[in-house]
Unconditional design. Structure first.
Length: 351
């Protein structure tokens, strides 16, 4: 998974032939592997720290519930259900989690609270089993086109800038398209991100027809062989009927200019809104058919359980999670890392 950010291979990427013998080469490989492990530990620790509010609202409350308990009874399971629902796992996800737990308890496969916690973690992780077949794939020819949707205020334009940075760092050429012409601030912000990460931006004045911006952007892109085109769109949900019709029109224009595009329709969600993000996902999915999600602001909320909830309810892959303001804080979503970080106890816990 995550192959779309693998660096494009060039002649410069071919490793030089070692003239110092096989032993020296092996030592170099070992050193690289150790450095990679250290980097992964550092990234995991940061993820663990940034999920602290959700962990306090979910796992710490579960630990307190289990404290001093030696057996699993109906009262404990009822209290656990309340904790899971209030941590924004949602009613249906919680019921699905606990149905299996209750069945195991009745069969006496689970006899103590700590074993229950382990079973809870394993069951949560099972909600992501289908992720193995959800990788974004570049088309055989032409640019990879991403249409980004979402309501105002979720961090859509910032996420686009950070995503562009990821592609640039992997050696891809990127074009940004400012099709959110409803807000002048969105156009200006995208231009700033374009300058910051060193990519081209196609934009028009505020109030221009978004489809015309996209049409011009595709004409601009055609002779320049961009690897990736990322299109920002408006998010004024208070006029949702007009917005959804506009998005459908944009979709048709993109497909007319590049057959099969957009290859990815990505919804940005603000994790701090909790259950509101479920209704947003439903609305946008019905209108344009989502292929990926991004959950932002997970570092500032105790509602991170929404990640498990939305994966369970929609079966739409989460591509990225936002855990801070820095460029590198838009993280590739790796389910087992997320669950491990959520359940981690103390700074010494490692993935």
């Amino acid at each position: 998974m995550l192959g779309w950010f693998k660096k494009k291979k060039t002649a410069e990427d071919t490793p030089p032939i070692s003239l110092q013998g096989e032993e020296s080469g092996s030592a170099g490989i070992v050193a690289e592997e150790e450095q990679g492990k250290d980097n992964r530990k550092g990234l995991f620790k940061r993820l663990q720290e940034r999920l602290s509010k959700t962990r306090d609202s979910l796992v710490s409350r579960v630990d307190n519930l289990f404290l001093g308990k030696k057996q699993i009874d109906a009262e404990l399971l009822d209290e656990l259900e309340e904790i899971l629902i209030t941590a924004d796992l949602g009613v249906y996800t919680t019921l699905d989690l606990l149905d299996e737990i209750r069945a195991k308890v009745s069969r006496q496969e689970l006899k103590d609270p700590q074993a229950l916690k382990s079973a809870l973690k394993k069951r949560m992780l099972s909600f992501f089993d289908w992720y193995e077949t959800t990788e974004m794939k570049f088309p055989e020819k032409g640019p990879f086109v991403i249409m980004v949707v979402g309501v105002n205020g979720v961090g859509k334009t910032t996420t686009i800038g950070k995503m562009a940075n990821k592609f640039v760092r992997s050696g891809r050429s990127v074009l940004l398209v400012a099709a959110d012409t409803f807000r002048a601030a969105a156009i200006d912000q995208l231009k700033v991100w374009g300058e910051r990460v060193g990519v081209d931006v196609v934009a028009k004045e505020q109030g221009a027809d978004p489809s015309s911006v996209i049409y011009d952007a595709m004409d601009y892109a055609a002779p320049r062989n961009f690897d990736v085109i990322i299109i920002d769109t408006a998010g004024r949900l208070h006029t949702k009927v007009n917005l959804m019709e506009e998005l459908k029109k944009i979709n048709r224009v993109i497909n007319k200019k590049i057959a099969g595009a957009p290859h990815e329709t990505m919804l940005i969600l603000d994790a701090t809104t909790g259950q509101n993000s479920i209704s947003q996902a439903k609305l946008f999915n019905e209108a344009v058919g989502l292929t990926g999600l991004v959950l932002t602001k997970l570092d500032g909320t105790a509602k991170g359980g929404i990640v498990v909830n939305i994966s369970h309810d929609f079966k739409i892959p989460i591509r990225f999670i936002g855990i801070g303001e820095k460029l590198d804080d838009l993280r590739d979503f790796v389910p087992h890392e997320f669950i491990e970080a959520l359940f981690a106890n103390g700074a010494s816990q490692e993935q």
